[in-house]
Design a protein around this ligand. Structure first.
Ligand SMILES: Cc1ncc(COP(=O)(O)O)c(C=O)c1O
Length: 376
């Protein structure tokens, strides 16, 4: 088998055409309007509203500030509890903590690795104010059940939708579920603005509140109406966003071809489980995670190390999980007995290289290496 010469990483960003970007920057230089809700900023918000099929979009300088702002906008009582998944990026529980709220970890279910809705109710107390589920890897949470629980306990729902740009459930934009959803446009995401993100929400009344919060709480030259932050997206980020909107569908198509090769070659390997998208949802093609079962010849960590020897740099997303982190490991809900599935999956999951320009020959070689390692 031929060696893979150059390192292969888990992702590569889509990048706008340089000449097109130069033209955008030229326009910015001419107007000298470089940030603070410029023309490109507003245009991007309008376009995203249509693409994400949502009634309202507010764009931000990154997804974390967007999530912080979402929690702030809901006026959750300080010190109240927010039920969330430990199987996510640190930004999720950190946004809860930065708002003076308490994260309470709920276990995940093993197939989509999203929050286990059967386990949410047992964690609800008189002090619970919200649920913050994560559509991890782009797999949608059980939005119907979450909605039912939220309604019967009068809780807010904020979705971390960082991984599911352009996902739809039963033809509805995923950003329509819950009170607010956050999308990340970080470089590692299917669609990027280098750094960036947005909030989507149904309640038109929220638009102004979020607008002020995103800009220091400034209402006008003499009135500061809220304790805001600086979450504004600048005009260069917005230009990149406008140009990348023209590219992400093609990227999804290319990733779908790569997914097909992975599925054709890995499906038959004993001990490799490939989590599937539910039938009623479209795939964002954000990540390609596999789960290493007990009957595979190597552990996940051994497979990760072996692939590295072949210049293939996979990622152990998500390991460790948030309940293992220093700031959270001593809270009650972080116990392994509360999170048996998340603690099991964290040792088994591996994200394989997944980006449009990934050479198909390399994808086949990755699969063959995995197959050979299993047969050794
Ligand atoms: C699940 C999840 N939530 C939140 C974030 C934070 O988004 P950002 O990097 O845009 O701040 C990320 C990743 O970047 C993520 O993967």
């Amino acid at each position: 088998m031929k060696d893979i010469k150059n390192p292969v990483y888990v992702t590569e960003p889509i990048l706008p055409n340089m000449a097109d970007l130069e033209q955008e920057i030229k326009e910015i230089f001419e107007t000298k309007w470089i940030t603070n809700h410029g023309v490109k900023h507003d245009l991007l918000e309008n376009k995203l509203q249509k693409i994400l099929k949502v009634p309202n979009v507010s764009i931000f300088n990154n997804g974390t500030i967007a999530l912080l702002t979402a929690l702030k906008a809901l006026n959750l009582p300080i010190g109240s509890e927010v039920i969330t998944s430990p199987f996510t990026f640190p930004a999720t529980p950190h946004s809860i903590s930065w708002n003076g709220l308490k994260p309470v970890f709920c276990d995940i279910e093993p197939y989509t690795m999203t929050i286990d809705t059967e386990k949410i109710e047992s964690l609800i107390t008189n002090n619970t104010s919200a649920i913050l589920p994560v559509h991890v890897y782009g797999f949608p949470c059980d939005v119907e059940n979450i909605d039912k629980i939220a309604k019967s306990y009068d809780l807010n729902v904020i979705y971390d939708a960082a991984h599911c740009f352009n996902t739809e459930i039963n033809g509805k934009g995923i950003g329509k579920f819950g009170d607010i959803s956050m999308f990340s446009f970080h470089a590692t995401k299917l669609y990027n603005t280098f750094e960036g993100g947005c909030l989507t929400y149904n309640d038109h009344e929220m638009k102004k509140k979020i607008y002020y919060l995103r800009n220091f709480g400034i209402k006008n030259e003499e009135e500061i109406v809220d304790i805001g932050i600086n979450g504004k997206m600048n005009e260069i980020q917005a230009s990149i966003g406008l140009l990348n909107l023209k590219l992400f569908k093609n990227e999804q198509m290319k990733r779908s071809n790569i997914k097909k090769i992975y599925l054709d070659n890995l499906n038959e390997i004993e001990g490799i489980r490939i989590p599937k998208m539910p039938k009623n949802a479209t795939d964002s093609f954000q990540f390609f995670p596999i789960v290493i079962e007990d009957n595979f010849s190597l552990s996940r960590d051994q497979l990760y190390e072996e692939l590295k020897k072949h210049n293939i740099f996979t990622r152990k997303y998500f390991y460790p999980i948030c309940s293992d982190y220093k700031p959270y490991k001593n809270i009650e809900s972080s116990s392994v007995s509360n999170l048996p599935v998340a603690n099991d999956i964290k040792k088994r999951v591996l994200c394989l290289p997944y980006f449009g320009d990934l050479d198909h020959e390399i994808v086949i070689r990755i699969c063959k290496i995995i197959m050979r390692l299993n047969n050794q």
